[in-house]
Design a binder for this molecule. Structure first.
Ligand SMILES: Cc1cc2nc3c(=O)[nH]c(=O)nc-3n(C[C@H](O)[C@H](O)[C@H](O)COP(=O)(O)OP(=O)(O)OC[C@H]3O[C@@H](n4cnc5c(N)ncnc54)[C@H](O)[C@@H]3O)c2cc1C
Length: 443
């Protein structure tokens, strides 16, 4: 392949570019933002929020950029074993599990190091500009049109590519670009979640020795009751805590710092109470809203141009509470690698890629939407078998509090190391039943 064109240079675009640099003479990344920054960027407004890197995300980053995790840690990121991750459900601290790691660092910090490593590859370059359409040659995509920084439509330019990768995130315009050229847009499935996020940084002192990360979850609310706050916190570079509160609909947290501290103090989880009571808030509370979880199902199309794939949030963007985004993006890069290595022709639609990526998307979607559907304001779509899945998942979650084996399964699935089917494996179901029977007897 002569040129691979990657539209969007955030985490998914960078990882795709890394993979493509092994297969193309030249890889060109086009992004509307100035990528030469370690700070905020308008193209990715969620950069200011806590971004935990799931265990699978760490493994995949390390696969494509060997030594990266060590470099992040040397620069100040906090890599912790799971026993330093305190998890709570309905105010009860869960049993510890082992063998998994979590990286605590701000998202710009992680991304800037990934970017540095990818752009250090000789055949990868960046062009600054806003992509506004695809170029077609017959039945294949052969490039993209873009507006360089400051140019109007008369200044539109084009870039050629033998393979074009859409990595423009959840608001991707790929469907519109395809339709404009007479192709079908991939069907877009949306689940309205109406989520609100608030994040604040705190100075870390001597409080909470032995804790680097904490998470506070609640069971689904009873009928007529509002959902409790979900919260997560992590130690990040620079000796700071990053704390996030999330809730839905009219319970969304605001940017009021007093409200933030009060809500942290009311959580049934000691680490949040400690930070709210003892640590100094640094800067302002930042908020963000996520209207829906969404996925584009390319496999449901009967026709698709050759020379085009999509990665990252452009394929599927989930409720961020589950922290699956960056790990998914790295797995999509691995799917792209497997596709390119399979020898399937680039002169045909990349069905082999979309088949692989669908496995990753289905697994992440299954997990995150099961939790979302339990919220009273979420109205579907409900998948077949939802009532049983929801009944079982409540019991499964209750068993994660006391049973180390069940919690290990939960942690492995949540970290995308295992497929969600592990949750209903007969040995897991048996273990859940035993844990709950034991609890009833003890109670
Ligand atoms: C509040 C919040 C918290 C989150 N927390 C976590 C977490 O804890 N852990 C986790 O793993 N994930 C988390 N996520 C998800 C994560 O942010 C995304 O999954 C991830 O950023 C997706 O990367 P991406 O590269 O696909 O898209 P994006 O990061 O959205 O990047 C898209 C890129 O495309 C560029 N672009 C867009 N349109 C154009 C165009 N027309 N022309 C040129 N360039 C364009 C943008 O400038 C940007 O650089 C969170 C998300 C949110 C909203």
């Amino acid at each position: 392949m002569r040129t691979a064109l990657v539209l969007g240079g955030s985490i998914a675009g960078l990882m795709a570019a890394r993979v493509l640099s092994d297969h193309a003479e030249r890889v060109v990344i086009v992004d509307a933002d100035d990528l030469d920054t370690d700070g905020a960027r308008p193209g990715v407004p969620q950069l200011a929020h806590l971004h935990v890197l799931l265990d699978m995300g760490g493994t995949q980053l390390q696969r494509w950029l060997p030594g990266l995790i060590g470099e992040l840690v040397d620069d100040g990121a906090v890599l912790s074993d799971w026993d330093r991750m305190w998890q709570y459900l309905d105010g009860a601290r869960k049993v510890s599990v082992s063998g998994r790691q979590l990286l605590g660092a701000t998202r710009p910090f992680i991304e800037s190091r990934v970017r540095r490593r990818v752009l250090a590859r000789e055949n990868v370059t960046v062009v600054r500009g806003r992509v506004d359409g695809l170029r077609f040659t017959g039945n294949r995509v052969s490039g993209a049109y873009y507006l360089p920084l400051g140019a109007d439509r008369d200044g539109r330019e084009e870039l050629a590519g033998d393979l074009v990768v859409d990595a423009t995130g959840r608001a991707s315009r790929l469907g519109a670009w395809l339709e404009a050229a007479g192709w079908q847009a991939p069907p877009l499935e949306r689940m309205r979640i109406d989520l609100g996020y608030a994040t604040a940084l705190f100075g870390r002192g001597t409080e909470l020795p032995g804790v680097t990360t904490a998470q506070c979850l609640s069971s689904a609310p009873a009928a007529g009751q509002p959902p409790e706050d979900t919260a997560a916190m992590s130690e990040v570079e620079g000796g700071r805590w990053m704390v996030v509160l999330a809730n839905y609909a009219d319970r969304r947290p605001t940017r009021d710092p007093e409200e933030f501290l009060t809500r942290c103090g009311k959580l049934g989880a000691e680490p949040f109470q400690e930070v709210a009571a003892r640590c100094e808030m640094l800067g302002e509370v930042v908020v963000h809203s996520v209207a829906d979880s969404r996925r584009r199902d390319f496999r449901r199309l009967d026709r698709f141009p050759a020379g085009l794939v999509a990665v990252g949030d452009a394929v599927a963007a989930f409720n961020p509470v589950y922290g699956q985004g960056m790990a998914s993006a790295t797995l999509h890069a691995s799917c792209l690698s497997a596709f390119l290595r399979s020898g399937e022709s680039l002169q045909e639609p990349a069905w082999g890629y979309f088949r692989r990526v669908r496995v990753v998307v289905d697994a992440a979607w299954q997990l995150s939407t099961l939790g979302d559907l339990a919220q009273p304001h979420v109205t579907g779509p409900y998948p077949p078998g939802y009532r049983f899945a929801s009944w079982y998942s409540e019991r499964f979650l209750a068993a994660t509090v006391t049973d180390p084996e069940v919690n290990q399964v939960f942690v492995d699935v949540v970290n995308m190391r295992e497929h969600p089917r592990l949750l209903t494996r007969p040995s897991t179901v048996l273990r859940v039943a035993k844990a709950l029977t034991g609890r009833r007897r003890a109670g």
